[in-house]
Design a protein around this ligand. Structure first.
Ligand SMILES: Nc1ncnc2c1ncn2[C@@H]1O[C@H](COP(=O)(O)OP(=O)(O)OP(=O)(O)O)[C@@H](O)[C@H]1O
Ligand SMILES: [Zn+2]
Length: 467
């Protein structure tokens, strides 16, 4: 399988063992998640599902950042502690993630890793990669960027460009590029109870160090895939790589994978721009699976523009596939119930589907393949053999599994003798234009949650819990 690796800046062949170790940067828990976050979790969840489909065992880690300036600010606004704010938004995150059929993995929080973070920072000081500076309530610790020669390789920035990115201007730093590993406590941190004891006095970890610590603790170094939104390439991932490389002396990540943004009228959807649509609002309006399907309609490295129109289109496309799955299932149940034999076949599209995803996770192409497959199924529905239909059902369901859709689908039941008798009786009644009787029989089925459908090839049925 091939994927675009941000470090080598080209599409590369993924070389993976049976077990794949994967880390994706998660949300900072200070607000409800928006559709941009949704794209991030849906894309990496789909990559994980595809690897599992290919037979890998995936150890999937996505963290929660629960120590951060933005959380502290929010906590003070609300008169709460940072922990209370983070816990609230993490539990809200799970509601959204579940609606999007996001598979759980390991989900560490920074606050559970403070002692490990302290150890990591101490080791970087001992190795000469980091230094302490005095501050009001203790000491700050900075990573000294010029000490790490490979800095800039991930983002591809030159030293001049890096020097222009003065992310944390501070005259106590030895170099403008140096970034904080440990921040001594400030008034607000005390207020929000976001302070921890350390060899440098009371303080809290910087943002980048947390991911180096949680990924190496849970996956070891090096691990296979590191994901995140493309806004994280610099400085977050550049710094994370520097920290881990400095400590472990090896390239810590084999493949760096970054998703592009959800945009709205061409602009990044983000809280700071005030143009967000919350996941739950779109879920309430269109359903979780439709939103998930929409998020996979564009290639992950291209922007995806959100609009109501685009969501409506996604809904139609999704429903066509779902209806096809149901048509297949109804026909299978019919053939099994009535024992009818046929010889026809249905062409397989599985190889084309897999090829599309093996080629840098080309989800729009894979969706086009699913549509061609659906057309083939619908064309052959009344001629294909039971075996052919069952195989097609399995294939379409498997494609759905990789995309994280059709998860709540319930199979159409095979009916017993008494039901068969009633269906035949109703067909006869219809022929004799005794619609009253036909309707009564239909009603009997409906009471059991079975909905009869009259097709040109006779009666079929589905169940009410169909979704
Ligand atoms: N509009 C977007 N489209 C795609 N991915 C996004 C978008 N916004 C954020 N992400 C990704 O979601 C993940 C979690 O982001 P994080 O919680 O840091 O967001 P944030 O920076 O607080 O959000 P915002 O940009 O709205 O302020 C990151 O990997 C980030 O790159
Ligand atoms: Zn991270």
């Amino acid at each position: 399988m091939k994927i675009y690796d941000t470090m080598s800046k080209k599409i590369v062949e993924l070389k993976l063992d049976k077990t794949v170790r994967m880390y994706v940067c998660g949300i900072t828990a200070y607000d409800y998640s928006h559709i941009g976050h949704g794209r991030n979790i849906v894309f990496f969840d789909t990559l994980r599902r595809f690897l599992e489909f290919k037979g890998h065992k995936v150890i999937f880690v996505q963290n929660f950042t629960d120590v951060d300036d933005k959380i502290i600010r929010r906590a003070i606004e609300l008169g709460k502690t940072a922990k209370e704010v983070a816990e609230f938004f993490i539990s809200e995150f799970w509601k959204d993630a579940e609606a999007l059929n996001y598979k759980k993995g390991l989900h560490p929080k920074v606050t559970d890793y403070i002692p490990k973070i302290i150890e990591f920072v101490k080791a970087l000081i001992e190795k000469g990669y980091a230094y302490e500076v005095e501050s009001k309530y203790g000491k700050d610790v900075y990573f000294h960027v010029p000490r790490f020669e490979k800095y800039g390789e991930l983002s591809g920035y030159s030293v001049e460009e890096l020097n222009r990115h003065r992310i944390e201007p501070d005259e106590r730093k030895k170099d403008v590029k140096d970034f904080a590993l440990w921040k001594s406590a400030k008034e607000e941190d005390f207020k929000a109870k976001s302070v921890y004891d350390s060899p440098w006095g009371k303080g809290r970890p910087g943002w980048h160090i947390e991911c180096s610590v949680m990924s190496s603790e849970l996956l070891g170094v090096p691990f296979d895939i590191h994901g995140g939104g493309m806004d994280l390439i610099f400085p977050h991932h550049e710094n994370e790589r520097a920290q881990s490389y400095a400590l472990f002396g090896v390239e810590p990540v084999r493949y760096w994978v970054h998703n592009n943004f959800v945009t709205i009228n061409g602009e990044k959807m983000s809280k700071s721009l005030g143009n967000i649509v919350r996941i739950r609002d779109a879920v309430n309006k269109y359903g979780g699976e439709v939103l998930r399907f929409f998020l996979l309609l564009a290639h992950y490295r291209s922007p995806l523009d959100y609009s109501e129109k685009a969501l409506e289109r996604a809904k139609k496309s999704y429903e066509y596939l779902l209806n096809t799955l149901r048509n297949l299932d109804m026909e299978i149940a019919y053939l099994k119930t009535f024992g009818e034999r046929r010889e026809g076949s249905v062409k397989s599209y599985m190889n084309e589907f897999v090829n599309a995803l093996e080629n840098d996770m080309n989800t729009p192409k894979a969706i086009a393949v699913m549509h061609n497959f659906a057309a083939e199924i619908n064309k052959n529905l009344f001629e294909a053999s039971l075996e052919a239909l069952e195989k097609a059902f399995e294939e379409l369901k498997t494609m759905g599994y990789v995309f994280g859709i059709f998860e709540k689908y319930t199979r159409v039941p095979v009916l017993g003798e008494e039901d068969v008798r009633l269906i035949k009786e109703r067909e006869l009644a219809r022929k004799e234009r005794d619609f009253d009787k036909a309707d009564k029989i239909r009603e009997k089925f409906r009471e059991k949650g079975i909905y009869l459908v009259d097709t040109k090839k006779g009666t079929r049925w589905f169940i009410s819990s169909f979704s």
